[in-house]
Design a protein around this ligand. Sequence first.
Ligand code: SF4
Length: 79
Amino acid sequence: MKVTVDHDLCIGDAICESIAPDVFELRDDGLAWVIVETVEEDRREDMEESVDACPTDAIIIFEDDDEIDERLLASIDPQ
Ligand code: SF4
């Protein structure tokens, strides 16, 4: 699966990073970034917990066949 963060909605409270620091990273711009190109299936539970915990509904899970808007794709930035 892929996970994205809508940067128009993210308020940078780092809840997602506290749940899954291997997937989300809060950066100096005050936004959460996704630091893996794809998220392994065994991380799904934490991804769903992140979606539920995000106060602004900024996190979206996409399945492998889904089309993803370029704007959302830009939040995926592996180092
Ligand atoms: S939980 Fe949501 S609002 Fe908070 S940093 Fe993560 S994506 Fe942004």
